[in-house]
Structure formats: C-alpha cells, structure tokens
Design a protein around this ligand. Structure first.
Ligand SMILES: [Fe+2]
Ligand SMILES: [Fe+2]
Length: 179
C-alpha cells in the first residue's frame, strides 16, 4: 500500500516522458520534411538570419559580420544538401573571410591600444585553430555532416556569444576614435 503513490508518480513520469518523446519525434519529422521541401523547391536553408545576429557600435564591424554570415549560410545550405563540390569551395571562402574578419579587428585594436587586445586575439586564435583542424579533417574524408555539425554546435553559438561580449566591448572602445 505504501508503495502506491510512488508507482502512481512513476507512471505519471512515464506518460509525460512518452508525450515528450512523441513531440520530439514529431518535431524532428517536421524539420526533416521542411529540409526536404526546401531542397526540392531549391530554397536556401539558413542557420541564422542577419537580423538575428547582435549589432555592435561600429558599422564596419557589423558589415563584416553580416557578410560572413552570408557566406556561412551558403556553406550551411551546401552541407545540408551534401553538395561536396559546393562545400569545398565555400569552406575555403569562409575560412579566408574569417581570417580577414579577425585581422581587421586586431589591426584596429593594436592601432588604438585596446586594453583587452591579448584576450580578444586569444579567442580569435582559438577559432583559427579549430577551423584549421576542421579543414584538415574535411580534406581527409569530405564529410559534409561534420561541417554541418561544427557550424550548428560550435561556430554559431560561439559567434553570437563573441559578438555579444568581446566584439561589443571592443566596438564601444573603438567608436571613441573612429566614426
Ligand atoms: Fe567580430
Ligand atoms: Fe572578434
């Protein structure tokens, strides 16, 4: 008799869990259906829209970020479609663009003696290393899924966080010198 409330509770959990599981399956089926539909209709699949990317106090930096996101979205679309040739081309373009993006910020930080330059550069260097490893892995196995997963789980969360924190503080400082 004493065990009863426990069993009831466990059953409730099981029902809730099954409900969640069903919703998750429904949701992932909807995502797969959506991707398939987009593929068939020739639509581009974006990982993040330019409006969703946080803005900083320096317009030049915003333009660089928006341009990078455009290349990243094109690369993401190619990984979803598993278009190896397109991924190959866009991955190179993306890595080159990231380098220009980072160098642009670093040159300004050095020029105007930004106090947190080593910290900000350290973050850029970490991403440079990640992208270098990703490229090496890509050259080995041409696995689009790996690039797709890196964009979803590493680069996009990192970019949003980086723009919201280090880039925001840097842009506020630089805006005192540059209009
Ligand atoms: Fe940036
Ligand atoms: Fe940065």
């Amino acid at each position: 008799m004493q065990d009863r409330p426990f069993f009831h509770k466990r059953d409730e959990f099981r029902i809730i869990f099954l409900g969640f599981d069903f919703l998750l399956q429904l949701n992932s089926s909807a995502i797969i259906f959506n991707i398939q539909l987009n593929k068939n209709l020739g639509f581009k699949i974006m990982i993040l829209s330019p409006e969703e990317l946080p803005k900083v106090a320096l317009e030049d930096m915003n333009n660089i970020h928006t341009n990078e996101l455009e290349i990243l979205n094109a690369l993401y679309d190619a990984t979803v479609k598993e278009d190896v040739e397109e991924v190959e081309k866009l991955l190179d373009e993306f890595i080159k663009d990231v380098e220009e993006h980072f160098s642009f910020e670093q040159n300004l930080m050095e020029k105007y003696s930004f106090f947190a330059y080593p910290m900000h550069k350290g973050e850029h260097d970490r991403i440079r290393m990640e992208l270098n490893n990703l490229k090496k892995q890509w050259d080995k196995d041409k696995n689009s899924k790996l690039i797709k997963s890196y964009i979803e789980n590493h680069f996009i969360p990192w970019l949003i966080n980086h723009v919201q924190t280090m880039d925001t503080v840097t842009a506020m400082y630089l805006a005192n010198f540059i209009k």
